[in-house]
Design a protein around this ligand. Structure first.
Ligand code: SF4
Length: 967
């Protein structure tokens, strides 16, 4: 344990009873208030926790007295326009974002070595936990062997990445790794990693003692906010910021407004935590909470158990807030206890928050918030959200009607632009032969006895008994064999993917048990799922499987095809795996608007599956219900879900479990020992992980034959001198985009198309299409990722109207009038030959979606110098600065459309120099092809003074590296 360097600038160190006979010290906020520094007891609890960090780390340099005083005097109605230096207690990573981050650390070590320094100066200064959860894909489903086979494929595909991570595990002292097959980062964080309060040894007046401080973190995943449900302050940042945080830099953010959402009342019977979070997402989106904290309080908030609070915290990115925070109260302590944390830990957590006067759910009027919002939990109704955005909530009875209207609504209005749709028209799809779904035909008794009349188990055993394949091809062949399941009829609105997925919901036993109870009732009545539906269950930890097995409910989910497919993100991150080839063919041939139903949190186009255009978010029990119904053009409050074994219509109300049933089942299922058992020595519980060989040493030996791990060019030719802020002249547009371009559009995480620049590159390296893996898994290789930037199949570059995918027009440095159509990557490389700087233009909310550092890194490596947008999403904006790319915002009223830009123009960005300040206005000069020129002011979206330094140094990493080397 690193010893804490003691600071006591405000003389606020106080002794307190940490419980179990232990005495400790804390940096007392009540003591700070007594000194008259600020009205701290009226501050939102989330602000107080950040204040504690600022106070504790106040050393007069990185954190100044002024920072403490400013935050202690936080003005609810007019927060200071100052940046807060927030030193977090720890950092969490997932593997998609974690691998490139460890690659950068390894590259920094290589750079330090080249410069003759000690590579070990590159070492995380706060604990870092990386959970490998994003790589598992649903290749196998609807089978008892699905988990094992998916895991095998995962290890085959990701071997090089996992070898590299194992090197990182031994090279960095403060870096811990949770191997694949254990769970999803945010659920593992909630159930295991989070401590509530942390402690470190220190010395006061030469006496050794212990300092206690709140558990705070940032994570390289937007849904890090899930931990806010436990009263832990934390949010998602870009990998670049997290890296700086690891290397001892504070995370800087502008003093936020805090929206207080007062909750009263109780949820009705039949309403789930998922319904509640979809309601809140819609409510808060309308309140425009982007960049703000949201704090939930009041008796309604107090009545919610921590898993429900965590579900609400999880979806902060979807409502746009930096955090969705619940203060610490008795429920928080109860949750820690119920999940097997030690008595010592629980008492320290409670005593610390009591000593800081921050224990208990605040009531109305006790705290000053910037904006007050009210919610009566009794107003929440069963709903789904989609088909493209999580904030587009639809009351359950309205879904069929809404979907039908959207089908014919014009594309530019958010619809699908179909004409004269006949929803009764279905297309026959041959799925050939018998298969796993036959299992659903077995009676409950037969299942109990392990008898499987559909021969599925025999078929699976046959597969399992084949010699272990070397390449994975045999497994894939087996996979398609397992997909074969008779025939189906599909049309617009057919449900083709039904996934119980995502930590948002899988960490919440109430909705998981509700899904299993609904499956039980359906299976007992003999209902079954159409063979065209790809069903999957991917919990966020093995605890879920434990309670589903303990209660005997898993077998009913199995009967409906919701067999366990893996412990990881799967469909939530887009790893939904292939559909049956004939299904994909039919979708393509008839241009079908097919649907997915999932308990995830994101549903923008091509996120879930490239061929599925309508994606509806919903609770796990509704996922099961819609899988049974097989379509979304339905009102499940009135129309039957299906027919039972006697041909009798069965309605949702016949299947829906009561609150009492759910509670009774939960009580018998959840035990602290289970958590302790499953989170003990998990590294040793995964033999496949232990079998992976890895290299050792402080410096990584880069292997040019690897197509997963490659030394990035960021520190090649690195010098100690930072550059200057220069004007950008003679630039060309690489892309002109509309509103809501997400980080997934910019840097997709999912499948790599064979015809894309990244696909062609991999082919040129001798890699077959079947072994491409996903973009997310190749983020350790800049050569693939640069080619994959702006390569999402759904991105629409307005420079090439009527096209989709990463194409642009190349204007050959002013020599061509009309432009030559080519891929964005090829055009960028041609422009690089003539050293032509590039600009991206975009509309509102540029960079929405997951925090994704490659969206900024790829932009930089394509040679883009500036992004000019109508507005930016928070993390992506800061990532652009962190990579030395200039974010610029059109002033009110100006836009690509108002300026009539089509991308053929030549641009300059002037009024830039080393003297720039946050919010500075630069000038965008535009020369159109008829040689007319005009110019408009644009606002520099470099928001804080430290970001000016980052930009001047060419990004955060060169900035930090120069500082470390200078020291
Ligand atoms: S399950 Fe979804 S929300 Fe959770 S970490 Fe994975 S991708 Fe993110």
């Amino acid at each position: 344990m690193t010893k804490l360097k003691m600071t006591n600038e405000f003389k606020t160190l106080k002794k307190f009873d940490a419980g179990n006979g232990r005495e400790g010290y804390l940096h007392s906020l009540p003591a700070l208030e007594e000194q008259g520094v600020g009205k701290i007891s009226r501050l939102p609890v989330s602000i107080r926790i950040v204040l504690e960090s600022v106070l504790r780390n106040c050393d007069g340099k990185k954190v100044r007295r002024k920072d403490v005083e400013t935050l202690a005097n936080w003005n609810a109605k007019a927060p200071a326009n100052d940046e807060i230096p927030f030193v977090v207690a720890r950092i969490v990573l997932q593997d998609f974002t974690g691998v490139p981050l460890v690659v950068d650390l390894a590259a920094m070590r290589s750079a330090v070595k080249r410069l003759g320094g000690d590579p070990k100066i590159i070492e995380p200064l706060v604990p870092v936990d990386l959970v490998v959860d994003h790589s598992v894909q649903v290749d196998f489903f609807g089978s008892a062997k699905a988990l094992q086979l998916n895991l095998e494929l995962e290890f085959k595909r990701n071997r090089e990445r996992y070898q590299f991570l194992k090197w990182g595990q031994q090279a960095f002292k403060t870096f811990q790794l949770v191997p694949p097959g254990i769970g999803i980062v945010h659920q593992v964080n909630l159930e295991y990693l989070a401590k509530g309060v942390l402690s470190a040894p220190s010395t006061i007046n030469r006496h050794p003692t212990t300092i206690f401080y709140p558990d705070t973190l940032v994570g390289t995943d937007s849904h890090t906010t899930m931990i806010n449900g436990l009263g832990v302050v934390g949010w998602g940042v870009g990998g670049i910021e997290a890296e700086a945080g690891m290397l001892g830099q504070p995370v800087y953010f502008l003093t936020p407004e805090v929206v207080g959402l007062h909750m009263k009342g109780q949820l009705h019977e039949g309403v789930t935590a998922t319904d509640l979070v979809l309601h809140i997402t819609q409510l808060l989106r309308a309140q425009k909470v982007v960049g703000k904290f949201v704090e939930f309080y009041g008796e309604g908030a107090a009545s919610l158990p921590v898993p429900d609070r965590a579900t609400i915290g999880n979806m902060s990115p979807e409502y746009g807030a930096t955090m969705g925070y619940f203060p610490v109260d008795q429920e928080s302590i109860n949750y820690l206890r119920a999940t097997g944390r030690s008595d010592e830990q629980c008492r320290a957590f409670e005593n610390y928050f009591r000593a800081q006067n921050m224990f208990g759910m605040p009531g109305k009027g006790e705290i000053d918030y910037s904006v007050d919002v009210d919610l009566d939990l009794a107003d929440v109704e069963p709903s789904v959200a989609g088909p493209k955005r999580p904030q587009d909530r639809i009351n359950l009875p309205e879904l069929g009607k809404t979907f039908r209207a959207l089908l014919e609504k014009p594309v530019q209005d958010g619809g699908y632009g179909k004409k004269n749709v006949d929803l009764g028209e279905k297309h026959l799809v041959q799925l050939n032969g018998s298969a796993p779904r036959d299992r659903a035909m077995a009676s409950t008794d037969e299942i109990d006895q392990g008898i499987n009349p559909g021969d599925e188990r025999n078929k699976i055993e046959m597969v399992a008994n084949r010699p272990t394949p070397d390449t994975g091809k045999e497994i894939r062949a087996a996979s398609s064999e397992m997909f074969t399941r008779g025939q189906s009829h599909i049309g617009h609105g057919s449900v083709l993917i039904a996934a119980i997925t995502s930590c948002t919901n899988t960490s919440n036993p109430s909705v998981m048990i509700a899904a299993a109870l609904l499956a039980k009732k359906a299976a007992e009545r003999g209902l079954r799922v159409d063979p065209a539906v790809k069903t999957s269950l991917a919990p966020g930890s093995r605890v879920v499987s434990d309670y589903l097995d303990q209660t005997g409910l898993q077998k009913y989910l199995d009967q409906l095809g919701f067999n366990l497919v893996g412990y990881g993100c799967t469909t939530c991150i887009g790893n939904s795996g292939p559909l049956h080839p004939n299904i994909e063919k039919a979708i393509h041939e008839f241009d079908l608007v097919a649907a997915s139903v999932l308990s995830g949190n994101r549903n923008f186009e091509a996120r879930v599956h490239q061929h599925i255009k309508a994606n509806f978010l919903m609770s796990p029990p509704l996922v099961v219900a819609f899988a049974l119904a097989g379509r979304v053009d339905i009102d499940l409050s009135r129309e039957p879900v299906g027919k039972d074994k006697h041909g009798k219509e069965t309605f949702l109300r016949d299947l829906w479990p009561s609150l009492r049933e759910i509670r009774d089942t939960m009580q018998s299922a959840l035990k602290p020992e289970t958590f302790r058992k499953l989170y003990r020595d998990f590294a040793d519980q995964n033999p496949k992980w232990n079998e992976i060989p890895s290299s050792t040493g402080d410096i990584y030996r880069w292997d040019e034959t690897s197509d997963y791990i490659h030394e990035p060019p960021f520190f090649k030719n690195f010098s100690m001198e930072p550059g200057h802020v220069d004007e950008i002249r003679g630039a060309r547009a690489l892309g002109v985009f509309g509103d809501s371009v997400t980080t997934d559009h910019i840097s997709p995480a999912g499948a790599i198309k064979a015809t894309s620049p990244a696909g062609q590159y991999l082919v040129s390296r001798g890699i077959e299409h079947t072994d491409f893996n996903s973009y997310g898994s190749r983020r350790g290789n800049d050569l693939v990722m640069t080619r994959g930037t702006f390569a999402n199949v759904r991105i629409k570059n307005l420079m090439v109207p009527g096209t989709e995918g990463g194409v642009t027009k190349y204007f050959g440095n002013g020599k061509s009038e009309t432009g030559e159509q080519m891929s964005i990557f090829d055009a960028a490389m041609k422009y690089a030959e003539t050293k032509t700087p590039l600009i991206i233009f975009a509309g509102h909310e540029y960079g929405a979606g997951s925090s994704r550092d490659w969206a900024a890194k790829g932009t930089r490596l394509l040679g883009v110098k500036a992004v000019v947008a109508t507005s930016f999403e928070r993390i992506h904006r800061s990532n652009l600065v962190g990579m030395g790319v200039l974010p610029l915002q059109f002033l009110e009223g100006a836009s690509v459309q108002s300026l009539g830009l089509d991308g053929s123009e030549i641009f300059s960005i002037t009024s830039l120099s080393d003297e720039i300040r946050p919010g500075h206005h630069a000038t965008l000069e535009i020369k159109s092809k008829d040689r007319k020129s005009h110019s408009v002011p644009v606002k520099l979206r470099i928001d804080t003074p430290i970001e000016i330094d980052y930009y001047r140094h060419g990004g955060i990493l060169p900035f930090v590296l120069r500082q470390l080397l200078a020291n």
